[in-house]
Write a protein that binds this ligand. Structure first.
Ligand SMILES: *Cc1c(COP(=O)(O)O)cnc(C)c1O
Length: 399
């Protein structure tokens, strides 16, 4: 029997052009085929006018990049395999031996680990600043400072930084790139490229944003991906060349999930926001916590900054337990008694999540600096908020 393998691989049938549907097609490739050697020599991927290799982009990833740039208010975007790899790309692409990077005290923990454990090996120094005090940032800038990270609200403790003040400090030093981890804001809570006053070139806002698409853009708790969005073509080009040389690609199927999630992100974000405020109002009436941390609360650290920039507040709220009445074992028993809230990292999906954090040594600045208690972060999903309150209530009553 003849195996028609050649015909199966080089089949003459070609489906007709012009298929259109609601969702963008999922294109997948390592190899991209060139019609002839002239095309091999002239095809350009850097300006998205053509395709050369799977790592350099497909119609699916180009489409996702363009939509993400629109979401964040930028002009260009790059996709990375995770939010953390997008953070690492920015650090690796922009920093050289002898340079210094500054991070907020409440930066996403693994980004702190990148600078501590990886960049340190390459002769890049780092320091942490108080995100609520622009003067503290100004005092830490040295002639070696090349990159300043911003994060709003800060990870876990959710202080909202003085974005305008911090950016004004960065703008006094033209060599500094101001990079925002915008996972919490998601391009919806505020406009990162429209912050503050224009500099002398007329540009405003941050130089780049990093977004963990793993969270709200995915919305499913099922895909890992990250993005770096810029407005400046030269900065984008530098990041893009590093991105290519490091071989950072994403799968077409994962891009499909993010594209699908993006079209409903604003509705889900508003639902997470409303439900979180509802749960937060109930948390405030409980006596077990010494503090409830949510940027829309009038006494939240940085509330005035949140009010100036934002009308929404995402889906995270944290509670602080004092060590005297609530030793870690008692807090963990409360967490273990929750039924709807599952214990897990990440956020932005349909299922509510809970994560306890020991506060000892977590913060250098602010009211939590010398705290020895335990913090519990809730990520509010898309369940009925009153069911979540009932769950918290039964677990507290038993603990
Ligand atoms: C989750 C998260 C990241 C990292 O995203 P991954 O896709 O999980 O690597 C980065 N920054 C913030 C603020 C995050 O919450």
């Amino acid at each position: 029997m003849t195996v028609r393998s050649t015909d199966l691989i080089h089949h003459p049938y070609e489906a007709p052009q012009g298929f259109r549907s609601v969702v963008p097609a999922v294109h997948k490739a390592s190899t991209v085929i060139f019609p002839d050697t002239a095309a091999l020599a002239t095809t350009q991927w850097k300006d998205k006018s053509g395709y050369t290799y799977g790592l350099h982009g497909t119609p699916t990833t180009f489409t996702l990049e363009e939509r993400l740039a629109t979401l964040e208010g930028g002009h260009q975007a790059l996709l990375a395999p995770s939010g953390l790899s997008a953070l690492a790309l920015v650090n690796q692409s922009l920093l050289r031996a002898g340079d210094e990077v500054l991070l907020p005290d409440n930066a996403y923990g693994p980004n702190k680990d990148v600078v501590r454990a990886e960049l340190a090996h390459w002769g890049v120094r780092h320091a942490f600043y108080n995100p609520l005090d622009a003067a503290d940032l100004a005092a830490r800038i040295t002639p070696a400072t090349r990159l300043v990270w911003l994060e709003a609200a800060g990870s876990v403790t959710l202080e909202f930084p003085d974005l305008d003040g911090l950016l004004a400090v960065c703008r006094q030093h033209p060599r500094i790139v101001a990079a925002l981890d915008n996972t919490w804001g998601a391009g919806l809570a505020f406009q990162p490229f429209e912050l503050g006053l224009p500099d002398r070139h007329g540009s405003r806002g941050v130089d780049l944003t990093v977004h963990a698409l793993t969270k709200y853009p995915s919305g499913g708790g099922d895909v890992l991906m990250g993005a770096v969005v810029t407005r400046d073509e030269a900065l984008h080009h530098q990041l893009k060349m590093s991105h290519m040389r490091f071989g950072l690609g994403v799968s077409g199927n994962d891009a499909e999930f993010i594209l699908k999630g993006l079209s409903s992100i604003h509705v889900r974000y508003a639902a997470h926001d409303a439900a979180t405020r509802h749960v937060t109002a109930w948390l405030l009436q409980q006596t077990a916590f010494s503090q409830v941390l949510h940027p829309a609360l009038p006494d939240a650290p940085g509330h005035a900054h949140w009010l100036r920039h934002c009308r929404s507040a995402a889906g995270l709220v944290s509670m602080v337990f004092e060590a005297d009445d609530w030793p870690q074992s008692r807090v963990h028993a409360f967490v273990d008694r929750l039924r709807l809230f599952k214990i897990g990292y990440s956020w932005g999906g349909p299922m509510s999540l809970v994560m306890p954090y020991g506060l000892t040594g977590m913060r250098q600045f602010g009211a939590l600096a010398d705290h020895t208690g335990t913090l519990v972060r809730l990520s509010i999903g898309l369940e009925q908020p009153d069911d979540l309150i009932a769950d918290l209530s039964q677990a507290l009553a038993l603990s």
